[in-house]
Design a protein around this ligand. Structure first.
Ligand code: IFM
Length: 466
Protein backbone atom coordinates (compact mmCIF):
# COMPACT_ATOMS: atom_id res chain seq x y z
CA UNK A 1 0.00 0.00 0.00
CA UNK A 2 1.30 3.46 -0.89
CA UNK A 3 1.92 5.94 1.92
CA UNK A 4 1.68 8.89 -0.49
CA UNK A 5 -1.43 10.91 -1.13
CA UNK A 6 -2.15 11.78 -4.75
CA UNK A 7 -0.98 15.11 -6.13
CA UNK A 8 -3.70 17.75 -5.76
CA UNK A 9 -5.22 16.02 -2.72
CA UNK A 10 -7.11 18.70 -0.78
CA UNK A 11 -5.89 19.09 2.78
CA UNK A 12 -8.21 21.00 5.02
CA UNK A 13 -9.71 21.67 8.41
CA UNK A 14 -13.32 22.42 9.22
CA UNK A 15 -15.42 24.47 11.63
CA UNK A 16 -19.03 25.64 11.78
CA UNK A 17 -20.44 29.11 12.36
CA UNK A 18 -22.24 28.64 15.67
CA UNK A 19 -19.37 26.62 17.09
CA UNK A 20 -16.66 29.23 16.49
CA UNK A 21 -17.93 32.66 15.49
CA UNK A 22 -19.45 34.19 18.63
CA UNK A 23 -20.66 37.77 17.97
CA UNK A 24 -24.14 36.40 18.42
CA UNK A 25 -25.83 39.76 18.64
CA UNK A 26 -23.63 41.80 16.33
CA UNK A 27 -24.16 43.40 12.96
CA UNK A 28 -27.81 42.50 12.71
CA UNK A 29 -27.52 38.77 13.44
CA UNK A 30 -30.72 37.38 14.94
CA UNK A 31 -31.08 34.25 17.12
CA UNK A 32 -30.89 30.83 15.54
CA UNK A 33 -32.46 27.72 17.05
CA UNK A 34 -29.11 27.05 18.74
CA UNK A 35 -29.16 30.43 20.52
CA UNK A 36 -32.62 29.64 21.82
CA UNK A 37 -31.74 26.07 22.76
CA UNK A 38 -28.46 26.95 24.46
CA UNK A 39 -30.18 29.65 26.52
CA UNK A 40 -32.79 27.17 27.73
CA UNK A 41 -31.67 25.86 31.13
CA UNK A 42 -30.65 22.22 31.14
CA UNK A 43 -30.13 21.86 27.39
CA UNK A 44 -26.37 22.41 27.13
CA UNK A 45 -23.81 21.20 29.64
CA UNK A 46 -22.75 23.94 32.03
CA UNK A 47 -25.23 26.37 30.47
CA UNK A 48 -22.65 27.13 27.77
CA UNK A 49 -23.74 29.11 24.71
CA UNK A 50 -22.18 30.18 21.42
CA UNK A 51 -22.44 33.87 22.36
CA UNK A 52 -18.66 34.26 22.31
CA UNK A 53 -17.46 30.79 21.23
CA UNK A 54 -13.89 31.17 19.93
CA UNK A 55 -14.54 34.75 18.83
CA UNK A 56 -13.64 33.78 15.27
CA UNK A 57 -15.84 36.61 14.00
CA UNK A 58 -13.31 39.10 15.36
CA UNK A 59 -10.21 36.92 15.11
CA UNK A 60 -10.69 35.57 11.62
CA UNK A 61 -7.51 37.20 10.38
CA UNK A 62 -5.41 35.59 13.11
CA UNK A 63 -7.15 32.26 12.49
CA UNK A 64 -6.44 32.39 8.77
CA UNK A 65 -2.81 33.07 9.71
CA UNK A 66 -2.83 29.89 11.80
CA UNK A 67 -4.27 27.94 8.88
CA UNK A 68 -1.50 29.27 6.65
CA UNK A 69 1.10 28.18 9.23
CA UNK A 70 -0.36 24.69 9.12
CA UNK A 71 -0.14 24.72 5.33
CA UNK A 72 -3.85 24.05 4.84
CA UNK A 73 -4.97 23.95 1.24
CA UNK A 74 -8.62 24.48 2.14
CA UNK A 75 -10.80 25.73 4.99
CA UNK A 76 -14.32 24.42 5.39
CA UNK A 77 -16.56 26.87 7.24
CA UNK A 78 -20.29 27.37 7.42
CA UNK A 79 -22.33 30.49 6.88
CA UNK A 80 -24.63 31.52 9.69
CA UNK A 81 -28.06 31.83 8.07
CA UNK A 82 -29.37 34.34 10.67
CA UNK A 83 -26.28 36.47 10.14
CA UNK A 84 -26.79 36.88 6.41
CA UNK A 85 -30.59 36.71 6.23
CA UNK A 86 -31.74 37.65 9.73
CA UNK A 87 -35.39 36.68 9.48
CA UNK A 88 -34.82 33.65 7.27
CA UNK A 89 -36.58 35.37 4.41
CA UNK A 90 -36.26 38.54 2.40
CA UNK A 91 -33.18 40.60 1.69
CA UNK A 92 -29.65 39.79 2.75
CA UNK A 93 -27.76 41.63 5.44
CA UNK A 94 -24.83 43.36 3.76
CA UNK A 95 -22.80 43.34 6.99
CA UNK A 96 -23.38 39.64 7.42
CA UNK A 97 -22.25 38.86 3.89
CA UNK A 98 -19.27 41.20 4.26
CA UNK A 99 -17.87 38.99 7.00
CA UNK A 100 -17.83 35.96 4.72
CA UNK A 101 -16.51 37.98 1.78
CA UNK A 102 -13.65 39.20 3.96
CA UNK A 103 -13.00 35.68 5.26
CA UNK A 104 -12.89 34.27 1.72
CA UNK A 105 -10.60 37.07 0.59
CA UNK A 106 -8.27 36.44 3.50
CA UNK A 107 -8.16 32.74 2.68
CA UNK A 108 -7.54 33.33 -1.00
CA UNK A 109 -4.76 35.80 -0.17
CA UNK A 110 -3.06 32.95 1.71
CA UNK A 111 -3.63 30.42 -1.06
CA UNK A 112 -6.29 28.57 0.96
CA UNK A 113 -9.43 27.48 -0.89
CA UNK A 114 -12.67 28.52 0.85
CA UNK A 115 -15.10 25.60 1.14
CA UNK A 116 -18.52 26.86 2.14
CA UNK A 117 -21.31 24.99 3.90
CA UNK A 118 -24.69 26.68 3.76
CA UNK A 119 -26.31 24.91 6.68
CA UNK A 120 -24.57 23.61 9.75
CA UNK A 121 -27.62 23.52 12.03
CA UNK A 122 -28.31 27.19 12.80
CA UNK A 123 -31.82 27.67 11.46
CA UNK A 124 -33.11 31.22 12.04
CA UNK A 125 -35.38 31.02 15.08
CA UNK A 126 -38.09 32.82 13.16
CA UNK A 127 -38.33 29.90 10.73
CA UNK A 128 -38.51 27.39 13.58
CA UNK A 129 -41.27 29.45 15.14
CA UNK A 130 -43.09 29.10 11.82
CA UNK A 131 -42.75 25.30 12.03
CA UNK A 132 -39.08 24.59 11.26
CA UNK A 133 -37.86 21.69 9.12
CA UNK A 134 -41.06 19.62 9.49
CA UNK A 135 -42.70 22.35 7.37
CA UNK A 136 -42.21 22.20 3.62
CA UNK A 137 -41.96 25.97 3.41
CA UNK A 138 -38.57 25.87 5.18
CA UNK A 139 -37.07 24.06 2.18
CA UNK A 140 -38.13 26.93 -0.11
CA UNK A 141 -36.73 29.48 2.32
CA UNK A 142 -33.43 27.56 2.25
CA UNK A 143 -33.32 27.69 -1.55
CA UNK A 144 -33.78 31.48 -1.46
CA UNK A 145 -31.01 31.76 1.12
CA UNK A 146 -28.74 29.56 -1.04
CA UNK A 147 -29.41 31.79 -4.04
CA UNK A 148 -28.52 34.90 -2.09
CA UNK A 149 -25.28 33.47 -0.68
CA UNK A 150 -24.40 32.02 -4.10
CA UNK A 151 -24.77 35.43 -5.71
CA UNK A 152 -22.67 37.12 -3.04
CA UNK A 153 -19.80 34.61 -2.81
CA UNK A 154 -19.84 32.73 -6.11
CA UNK A 155 -16.89 34.75 -7.36
CA UNK A 156 -14.73 33.63 -4.41
CA UNK A 157 -15.83 30.13 -3.42
CA UNK A 158 -15.32 27.13 -5.67
CA UNK A 159 -16.64 24.28 -3.51
CA UNK A 160 -20.14 24.50 -2.03
CA UNK A 161 -21.82 22.19 0.47
CA UNK A 162 -25.57 22.43 0.93
CA UNK A 163 -26.16 20.68 4.28
CA UNK A 164 -23.97 19.30 7.00
CA UNK A 165 -25.20 16.03 8.57
CA UNK A 166 -28.92 16.36 7.93
CA UNK A 167 -29.37 13.24 10.09
CA UNK A 168 -28.46 15.30 13.15
CA UNK A 169 -30.76 18.16 12.14
CA UNK A 170 -33.71 15.82 11.66
CA UNK A 171 -33.28 13.15 14.30
CA UNK A 172 -31.30 14.78 17.12
CA UNK A 173 -33.26 17.99 16.58
CA UNK A 174 -36.80 16.63 16.27
CA UNK A 175 -36.83 13.01 17.57
CA UNK A 176 -34.46 12.66 20.55
CA UNK A 177 -34.40 16.41 21.11
CA UNK A 178 -30.78 16.54 22.30
CA UNK A 179 -30.04 19.15 19.66
CA UNK A 180 -31.92 22.33 18.78
CA UNK A 181 -34.80 22.86 18.50
CA UNK A 182 -35.20 20.07 21.08
CA UNK A 183 -38.48 18.62 19.87
CA UNK A 184 -39.42 14.98 20.48
CA UNK A 185 -41.87 14.01 17.77
CA UNK A 186 -41.03 11.05 15.52
CA UNK A 187 -43.34 12.07 12.72
CA UNK A 188 -41.93 15.60 12.72
CA UNK A 189 -38.41 14.13 12.52
CA UNK A 190 -39.25 12.09 9.41
CA UNK A 191 -40.93 15.11 7.83
CA UNK A 192 -37.83 17.14 8.69
CA UNK A 193 -35.60 14.55 7.01
CA UNK A 194 -37.62 14.81 3.80
CA UNK A 195 -37.70 18.60 3.85
CA UNK A 196 -33.94 18.70 4.43
CA UNK A 197 -33.54 16.46 1.39
CA UNK A 198 -35.84 18.73 -0.59
CA UNK A 199 -33.94 21.79 0.67
CA UNK A 200 -30.72 20.20 -0.54
CA UNK A 201 -32.13 19.63 -4.03
CA UNK A 202 -33.73 23.06 -4.31
CA UNK A 203 -30.57 24.74 -3.04
CA UNK A 204 -28.38 22.78 -5.45
CA UNK A 205 -30.60 23.98 -8.30
CA UNK A 206 -30.55 27.58 -7.01
CA UNK A 207 -26.76 27.51 -6.68
CA UNK A 208 -26.24 26.12 -10.17
CA UNK A 209 -28.27 29.01 -11.53
CA UNK A 210 -25.97 31.62 -10.01
CA UNK A 211 -22.56 30.02 -9.64
CA UNK A 212 -19.85 30.13 -12.31
CA UNK A 213 -19.60 27.00 -14.45
CA UNK A 214 -16.57 25.61 -12.61
CA UNK A 215 -18.12 25.70 -9.14
CA UNK A 216 -18.54 22.30 -7.47
CA UNK A 217 -21.45 21.13 -5.32
CA UNK A 218 -21.45 18.63 -2.46
CA UNK A 219 -23.41 17.61 0.59
CA UNK A 220 -21.76 16.45 3.83
CA UNK A 221 -23.52 13.38 5.21
CA UNK A 222 -22.69 11.33 8.29
CA UNK A 223 -23.56 7.86 7.07
CA UNK A 224 -23.40 5.20 9.75
CA UNK A 225 -20.71 2.59 9.48
CA UNK A 226 -23.16 0.14 11.00
CA UNK A 227 -22.28 -3.45 11.75
CA UNK A 228 -24.40 -6.34 12.89
CA UNK A 229 -23.03 -7.80 16.13
CA UNK A 230 -23.40 -11.34 14.78
CA UNK A 231 -24.33 -12.75 11.36
CA UNK A 232 -27.71 -13.88 12.74
CA UNK A 233 -30.75 -12.81 10.69
CA UNK A 234 -32.08 -10.75 13.64
CA UNK A 235 -28.85 -8.76 13.99
CA UNK A 236 -28.57 -8.33 10.22
CA UNK A 237 -32.10 -6.94 10.20
CA UNK A 238 -31.24 -4.50 13.01
CA UNK A 239 -28.28 -3.32 10.95
CA UNK A 240 -30.45 -2.90 7.85
CA UNK A 241 -32.96 -0.77 9.77
CA UNK A 242 -30.35 1.56 11.25
CA UNK A 243 -28.66 1.83 7.86
CA UNK A 244 -32.00 2.87 6.34
CA UNK A 245 -32.66 5.52 8.98
CA UNK A 246 -29.14 6.90 9.14
CA UNK A 247 -27.84 6.67 5.62
CA UNK A 248 -30.16 5.48 2.87
CA UNK A 249 -32.87 7.97 3.92
CA UNK A 250 -30.51 10.61 2.49
CA UNK A 251 -28.35 8.83 -0.04
CA UNK A 252 -31.12 7.02 -1.92
CA UNK A 253 -33.15 10.14 -2.77
CA UNK A 254 -30.01 12.19 -3.41
CA UNK A 255 -28.21 9.66 -5.57
CA UNK A 256 -31.08 7.62 -7.03
CA UNK A 257 -34.20 9.74 -6.68
CA UNK A 258 -36.17 7.34 -4.50
CA UNK A 259 -36.85 6.50 -0.85
CA UNK A 260 -35.98 2.92 0.16
CA UNK A 261 -39.06 0.69 0.35
CA UNK A 262 -37.83 -0.98 3.56
CA UNK A 263 -37.50 2.41 5.28
CA UNK A 264 -41.07 3.33 4.32
CA UNK A 265 -42.25 -0.01 5.68
CA UNK A 266 -40.26 0.29 8.93
CA UNK A 267 -41.77 3.71 9.64
CA UNK A 268 -45.30 3.01 8.39
CA UNK A 269 -46.78 3.09 11.89
CA UNK A 270 -45.47 6.64 12.32
CA UNK A 271 -46.26 8.19 8.94
CA UNK A 272 -47.57 7.35 5.49
CA UNK A 273 -44.97 9.71 3.97
CA UNK A 274 -47.70 11.66 2.17
CA UNK A 275 -45.57 14.77 2.71
CA UNK A 276 -43.43 13.53 -0.20
CA UNK A 277 -45.07 15.14 -3.21
CA UNK A 278 -44.85 14.15 -6.85
CA UNK A 279 -41.60 15.35 -8.35
CA UNK A 280 -39.82 15.89 -4.99
CA UNK A 281 -37.36 13.07 -5.42
CA UNK A 282 -36.45 14.31 -8.90
CA UNK A 283 -35.56 17.66 -7.34
CA UNK A 284 -33.56 15.97 -4.58
CA UNK A 285 -31.56 13.93 -7.08
CA UNK A 286 -29.65 16.92 -8.34
CA UNK A 287 -26.27 16.01 -9.87
CA UNK A 288 -23.41 16.46 -7.40
CA UNK A 289 -19.70 16.89 -8.06
CA UNK A 290 -18.61 15.06 -4.93
CA UNK A 291 -20.08 13.34 -1.89
CA UNK A 292 -18.89 14.56 1.50
CA UNK A 293 -18.51 11.94 4.20
CA UNK A 294 -18.19 12.82 7.88
CA UNK A 295 -16.92 9.93 9.94
CA UNK A 296 -16.04 9.50 13.61
CA UNK A 297 -16.93 5.99 14.83
CA UNK A 298 -18.85 2.88 13.79
CA UNK A 299 -22.12 1.58 15.29
CA UNK A 300 -22.58 -2.02 16.36
CA UNK A 301 -26.17 -3.23 16.61
CA UNK A 302 -28.12 -6.36 17.38
CA UNK A 303 -31.73 -7.39 17.67
CA UNK A 304 -32.89 -6.36 21.14
CA UNK A 305 -34.54 -8.75 23.51
CA UNK A 306 -37.14 -6.14 24.45
CA UNK A 307 -39.12 -3.85 22.22
CA UNK A 308 -37.84 -0.53 23.47
CA UNK A 309 -36.90 2.24 21.04
CA UNK A 310 -33.27 2.05 19.92
CA UNK A 311 -30.79 4.19 21.83
CA UNK A 312 -27.15 4.81 20.99
CA UNK A 313 -24.67 2.93 23.16
CA UNK A 314 -22.79 6.06 24.20
CA UNK A 315 -25.91 7.74 25.59
CA UNK A 316 -25.59 10.40 22.87
CA UNK A 317 -29.22 9.73 22.00
CA UNK A 318 -30.50 11.22 25.28
CA UNK A 319 -33.69 10.13 27.00
CA UNK A 320 -35.56 9.58 23.76
CA UNK A 321 -34.55 7.56 20.73
CA UNK A 322 -33.26 9.33 17.63
CA UNK A 323 -34.32 6.29 15.58
CA UNK A 324 -38.07 6.46 14.79
CA UNK A 325 -39.37 3.08 13.79
CA UNK A 326 -36.34 1.16 15.09
CA UNK A 327 -37.82 -0.50 18.15
CA UNK A 328 -36.14 -3.75 19.02
CA UNK A 329 -32.63 -2.63 18.04
CA UNK A 330 -29.85 -2.57 20.63
CA UNK A 331 -26.62 -0.58 20.23
CA UNK A 332 -23.33 -1.89 21.66
CA UNK A 333 -20.00 -0.32 22.45
CA UNK A 334 -17.29 -2.10 20.47
CA UNK A 335 -14.31 -3.07 22.63
CA UNK A 336 -11.08 -1.09 22.39
CA UNK A 337 -10.00 2.50 22.61
CA UNK A 338 -12.46 5.37 22.92
CA UNK A 339 -12.23 9.11 22.54
CA UNK A 340 -13.38 11.61 25.18
CA UNK A 341 -16.83 11.45 23.55
CA UNK A 342 -16.94 7.74 24.41
CA UNK A 343 -16.79 6.92 20.70
CA UNK A 344 -14.85 3.87 19.57
CA UNK A 345 -11.63 4.44 17.64
CA UNK A 346 -12.09 2.32 14.53
CA UNK A 347 -10.68 3.51 11.21
CA UNK A 348 -12.05 0.51 9.32
CA UNK A 349 -15.45 2.22 9.53
CA UNK A 350 -14.08 5.04 7.39
CA UNK A 351 -12.50 2.62 4.95
CA UNK A 352 -15.77 0.68 4.68
CA UNK A 353 -17.79 3.83 3.98
CA UNK A 354 -15.38 5.05 1.31
CA UNK A 355 -15.50 1.65 -0.39
CA UNK A 356 -19.27 1.45 -0.05
CA UNK A 357 -19.83 4.74 -1.87
CA UNK A 358 -17.19 3.84 -4.44
CA UNK A 359 -19.42 0.87 -5.26
CA UNK A 360 -22.79 2.60 -4.85
CA UNK A 361 -21.98 5.89 -6.53
CA UNK A 362 -19.43 4.96 -9.19
CA UNK A 363 -17.80 7.99 -10.78
CA UNK A 364 -18.72 10.34 -7.93
CA UNK A 365 -15.62 11.69 -6.19
CA UNK A 366 -15.57 11.46 -2.40
CA UNK A 367 -14.30 13.96 0.17
CA UNK A 368 -13.83 13.25 3.86
CA UNK A 369 -15.53 16.45 4.99
CA UNK A 370 -15.01 15.75 8.71
CA UNK A 371 -12.93 13.39 10.79
CA UNK A 372 -11.28 13.87 14.14
CA UNK A 373 -11.48 13.15 17.84
CA UNK A 374 -12.03 14.85 21.18
CA UNK A 375 -9.55 14.31 23.99
CA UNK A 376 -9.08 15.98 27.36
CA UNK A 377 -6.25 18.21 26.23
CA UNK A 378 -4.51 20.52 28.67
CA UNK A 379 -1.41 22.68 28.38
CA UNK A 380 1.60 21.13 30.09
CA UNK A 381 4.03 22.94 32.40
CA UNK A 382 5.87 24.15 29.29
CA UNK A 383 2.65 25.70 27.93
CA UNK A 384 2.60 23.23 25.03
CA UNK A 385 -0.36 20.95 24.40
CA UNK A 386 0.68 17.38 23.68
CA UNK A 387 -2.05 15.20 22.22
CA UNK A 388 -0.49 11.89 21.14
CA UNK A 389 -3.89 10.15 21.16
CA UNK A 390 -5.21 12.55 18.52
CA UNK A 391 -2.10 12.01 16.40
CA UNK A 392 -2.67 8.25 16.64
CA UNK A 393 -6.35 8.71 15.73
CA UNK A 394 -5.55 10.90 12.71
CA UNK A 395 -2.73 8.62 11.61
CA UNK A 396 -5.01 5.60 11.67
CA UNK A 397 -7.83 7.35 9.82
CA UNK A 398 -5.57 8.84 7.18
CA UNK A 399 -4.21 5.32 6.79
CA UNK A 400 -7.77 4.17 6.11
CA UNK A 401 -8.09 6.87 3.43
CA UNK A 402 -4.85 5.69 1.82
CA UNK A 403 -6.04 2.11 1.89
CA UNK A 404 -9.29 3.13 0.20
CA UNK A 405 -7.34 5.11 -2.42
CA UNK A 406 -5.18 2.06 -3.08
CA UNK A 407 -8.33 -0.03 -3.48
CA UNK A 408 -9.83 2.30 -6.05
CA UNK A 409 -11.79 4.94 -4.09
CA UNK A 410 -11.64 8.38 -5.68
CA UNK A 411 -11.04 10.39 -2.49
CA UNK A 412 -10.19 13.99 -3.30
CA UNK A 413 -9.65 15.54 0.10
CA UNK A 414 -9.65 15.30 3.88
CA UNK A 415 -10.89 17.88 6.39
CA UNK A 416 -9.80 17.53 9.97
CA UNK A 417 -12.51 18.31 12.52
CA UNK A 418 -11.70 20.74 13.85
CA UNK A 419 -9.30 23.58 13.28
CA UNK A 420 -9.99 24.93 16.77
CA UNK A 421 -11.45 23.65 20.02
CA UNK A 422 -15.00 24.94 19.97
CA UNK A 423 -18.61 24.71 21.17
CA UNK A 424 -19.45 21.01 20.96
CA UNK A 425 -23.24 21.42 20.87
CA UNK A 426 -25.00 19.82 23.87
CA UNK A 427 -21.57 19.21 25.47
CA UNK A 428 -20.74 22.91 25.43
CA UNK A 429 -17.03 23.62 25.72
CA UNK A 430 -16.30 20.43 27.64
CA UNK A 431 -15.11 18.48 24.59
CA UNK A 432 -12.06 19.56 22.65
CA UNK A 433 -11.83 18.49 19.00
CA UNK A 434 -9.33 21.13 17.86
CA UNK A 435 -5.89 20.76 16.36
CA UNK A 436 -5.44 24.17 17.94
CA UNK A 437 -6.10 24.56 21.69
CA UNK A 438 -8.28 27.49 22.73
CA UNK A 439 -8.02 29.01 26.20
CA UNK A 440 -11.59 30.26 26.50
CA UNK A 441 -10.71 32.76 29.23
CA UNK A 442 -8.22 34.62 27.05
CA UNK A 443 -9.03 33.28 23.58
CA UNK A 444 -5.32 32.49 23.19
CA UNK A 445 -4.67 29.86 20.51
CA UNK A 446 -1.97 27.20 20.93
CA UNK A 447 -1.41 24.69 18.13
CA UNK A 448 -1.35 21.20 19.69
CA UNK A 449 1.31 18.69 18.70
CA UNK A 450 -1.29 17.15 16.36
CA UNK A 451 -1.40 20.43 14.45
CA UNK A 452 2.35 20.26 13.89
CA UNK A 453 2.05 16.61 12.93
CA UNK A 454 -0.78 17.36 10.47
CA UNK A 455 1.25 20.22 8.97
CA UNK A 456 4.06 17.75 8.27
CA UNK A 457 1.70 15.30 6.58
CA UNK A 458 0.37 18.14 4.44
CA UNK A 459 3.85 19.38 3.56
CA UNK A 460 5.17 15.98 2.56
CA UNK A 461 1.90 14.55 1.19
CA UNK A 462 2.93 11.36 2.93
CA UNK A 463 1.97 9.34 5.99
CA UNK A 464 5.03 8.01 7.77
CA UNK A 465 4.73 4.55 9.26
CA UNK A 466 3.49 4.82 12.88
O1 IFM B 1 -18.81 19.12 16.25
C1 IFM B 1 -19.49 18.26 15.41
C2 IFM B 1 -19.78 18.92 14.09
O2 IFM B 1 -20.48 20.11 14.25
C3 IFM B 1 -20.59 18.01 13.20
N1 IFM B 1 -19.97 16.71 13.11
C4 IFM B 1 -19.56 16.06 14.31
C5 IFM B 1 -18.70 17.00 15.14
C6 IFM B 1 -18.26 16.30 16.43
O3 IFM B 1 -19.36 15.92 17.19
Amino acid sequence: MTMDFPPGFLWGAATAAYQVEGAAREDGRTPSIWDTFARTPGRVLGGDTGDTATDHYHRRHQDVGLMAELGLGAYRFSVSWPRVQPTGRGPASRRGLDFYRALADDLLAHGIAPVLTLYHWDLPQELESAGGWPERETAYRFADYAHLVGEALGDRVGLWTTLNEPWCSAFLGYASGVHAPGRTDDEAALRAAHHLNLAHGLAARALRAVLPAGARLTVALNPSAVRARTPSPGDADASRRIDGLSTRIFTEPMLRGTYPADLLADTAAITDWSFVRDGDTDVIKHPLDALGINYYAPSVVSAATDNRPARDADGHGGERSPWPGATGVAFHQPPGKRTAMGWAVDPTGLYDLLMRFTREAPGLPLIVTENGAAYDDKPGADGAVHDPERIAYLHAHLGAVLRALTDGADVRGYFLWSLLDNFEWAYGYSKRFGAVYVDYATQARTPKSSARWYARVIRTGRLSPS
